[in-house]
Design a protein around this ligand. Structure first.
Ligand code: DGT
Ligand code: CA
Ligand code: CA
Ligand code: ZN
Length: 584
């Protein structure tokens, strides 16, 4: 469907016209954009079956706009927009991605300061020139700076774990609206990608219930909405104050599954499914799976995803692996793995406490773990090199061990089937040696090692450094192996294949760190580990109680990497964990 592309172009024309101070035409174009965006049918199909006249019948689309749509469908371009861009050589769509900048303000900046691009804008903001432009001021300049920073760091993508509670809050409110039977999140958020570009929400209404006005009214006027792109009866689209774009689509029960499948994506997975449908003489789209019977199309599946997959001759494929990276072939051959479930973990192997830079005591973290149904946790406070985190030296580590013994006795007396294991997050020094003496490490149940320094070594040195560290017989787990922090720091440059191989040879476990901006290992690396049999752990890296609840993001990541329960060491009972993780 090209509806959204075309709406964007019409919208862009409207923005350029607004900048030129045209009186009426900007509104005509933005109205047409909204209308095309909210359209149920494919505009291309409308054009192909009914020609220009049919396009003109779309509400808000007059003859001259219809011609531009036709031109775009035929050539992929609109000359009028190119002309406007030439006359006002300003990157309007780039600049208007910054919170608080609309066409009028962009025009001002162009007139007064010759700002054409986001780069120009950044320079002007840093030189404090923007605050002196009429209608801007110091506060606006500051906000523009923040917006520029966000765009630069994230490419406009949001870290799933940090927006998840906000998403759930919106989902709940829409669920409560009249006539809405069910609301689910689709798109990349449902596939549990670590970052999402925009949010896709689907709502179910009963067949024949077309009174969706109240739900749409609510959606476009939610308190967090700052801009309405479109408002229709089945689809509306808004921007939230934090900059995130959200689409809401309302689907009937009989086509809900096909819609959920389509809008979950990813696009390549959809395309492959459509090919399978075609091979079977069927047609798959967001409304259902259809068989052509003479002149009529008969829907053979659509209410649930399961029935669509089934009618295509496939088993159900979980959203986390719908990336067209082999899952469809595996499904056809009956080789889909049984991946780890969201309730399969028995413990957490990376937890910091108030002995170093954590907020809570060992006991508080243990209580939280017990309330989550865990059987064990590994306490992994930092080692001495991390002075900012008041890292432990050998002596304090031994003291902590005694404290853990005391708490374990207390928990046992209270009747809990739960044990706190002794560990550490030991820094890997520049040359790959460890921050704590081997004798001290040997006393612990499980040792994790991490890179927290020298992130910029050349790849060969960095790889050698890490392999040296995990070759140490005391090191059981390599924590957050690439040390990336999403939107802040790229991972270290290493030969990951070599590290995975060394992990296999040395019997080292690699960690999937669940903390939202780490998500480290990536799905791709996890899959390599799974393929060759490298053990993995899924840990929260918690520095306070609440962080332990981020663990499901690590499980998502493991699922995206096709990991099974048997691949994950902390899905094993404690005896097996301790037996298998040690290098003996
Ligand atoms: P994002 O938002 O960049 O994190 O990624 P997605 O996957 O959420 O992508 P989005 O929001 O553009 O679209 C949501 C889903 O809708 C996408 O995963 C698959 C489906 N979809 C969107 N456009 C197309 C298309 O042109 N063809 C097909 N087959 N599916 C599409
Ligand atoms: Ca999306
Ligand atoms: Ca979307
Ligand atoms: Zn760490």
């Amino acid at each position: 469907m090209k509806n959204q592309e075309i709406a964007k172009i019409l919208f862009e024309i409207s923005e350029y016209l607004t900048m030129k101070d045209e009186p009426f035409r900007p509104r005509a174009y933005s109205r047409a954009a909204e209308s095309v965006d909210a359209l149920d049918q494919d505009i291309e199909k409308i054009y192909k079956t009914g020609g220009l006249a049919a396009v003109e019948d779309v509400p808000g689309v007059g003859v001259s706009i219809a011609e531009k749509i036709e031109e775009y469908l035929k050539t992929g371009k609109v000359a009028y927009l190119e002309e406007l861009k030439k006359k006002t050589p300003v990157d309007v769509s780039g600049l208007s991605a910054i919170e608080g900048l609309g066409p009028k303000k962009i025009q001002k900046l162009y007139k007064e300061l010759k700002i054409r691009t986001t780069d120009d804008l950044l320079k002007a903001v840093i030189a404090h020139k923007v605050r002196d432009v009429e209608g801007f001021g110091e506060k606006t300049e500051e906000n523009i700076f923040k917006g520029l920073q966000f765009l630069k760091e994230s490419g406009g993508r949001y870290i799933l774990g940090f927006v998840e509670s906000q998403i759930e809050e919106i989902r709940k409110r829409i669920s409560a609206l009249k006539g809405i039977k069910k609301v689910e999140i689709a798109g990349s958020a449902r596939r549990r990608k670590e970052t999402i570009g925009d949010l896709d929400i689907l709502a179910l209404v009963e067949d024949g219930d077309d009174d969706t006005a109240a739900a749409m009214d609510y959606f476009v006027s939610m308190p967090e909405v700052t801009r309405i792109y479109s408002r229709g009866t089945t689809r509306s689209s808004v921007r939230l104050k934090d900059g995130m774009d959200v689409d809401l689509r309302i689907l009937n029960r009989s086509s809900y599954g096909a819609g959920l499948l389509y809008f979950t994506g990813n696009k390549d997975h959809n395309i492959e499914l459509r090919k399978i449908a075609i091979r079977k003489g069927l047609k798959l789209n967001e409304y259902g799976l259809f068989r052509r019977d003479k002149e009529r199309e008969i829907k053979i599946a659509g209410a649930t995803e399961e029935e669509v997959y089934q009618a295509l001759g496939l088993p159900y494929i979980v959203p986390e692996i719908r990336e067209n990276s082999g899952e469809i072939e595996a499904a056809i051959q009956g080789n889909l793995p049984k991946i780890i479930g969201y309730h399969d973990l028995l413990g957490d192997l990376q937890i910091q406490t108030n002995w170093t830079d954590g907020e809570n005591s060992i006991e508080e973290m243990a209580e939280e773990a017990i309330s989550m149904g865990y059987k064990y946790i590994l306490i992994t406070d930092h080692s001495k090199r991390l002075t900012v985190a008041s890292g432990l030296d050998e002596k304090r580590l031994a003291e902590q061990g005694k404290e853990i013994d005391r708490i374990n006795r207390r928990l046992r007396d209270k009747g809990y089937d739960f044990i706190i294991l002794k560990g550490v997050e030991c820094d890997i020094l520049k040359d790959g040696s460890l921050d704590l003496a081997d004798e001290a490490l040997a006393e612990l149940d499980i040792v994790g090692a991490s890179v927290h320094s020298y992130f910029n070594l050349p790849a060969a040195d960095q790889t050698e450094r890490i392999i040296r560290a995990i070759t140490n017989r005391n090191v059981d787990i390599l924590f957050h192996p690439t040390a990336r922090v999403i939107n802040q720091r790229k991972g270290i440059e290493v030969d990951m294949d070599a590290i995975i191989k060394a992990a296999l040879q040395t019997g080292t476990t690699l960690e999937i760190d669940a903390y939202p901006d780490r998500s480290d290992l990536s799905d791709e690396h996890i899959r390599k580990c799974v393929d060759i049999g490298v053990k993995l752990s899924i840990d929260s890296d918690a520095h306070l109680k609440r962080h332990m609840r981020y663990i499901h993001l690590g499980i998502s990541q493991a699922r995206r990497g096709w990991a099974k329960r048997s691949d994950i060491v902390n899905a094993w009972p404690v005896e097996r964990l301790l037996r298998s993780i040690k290098k003996d």
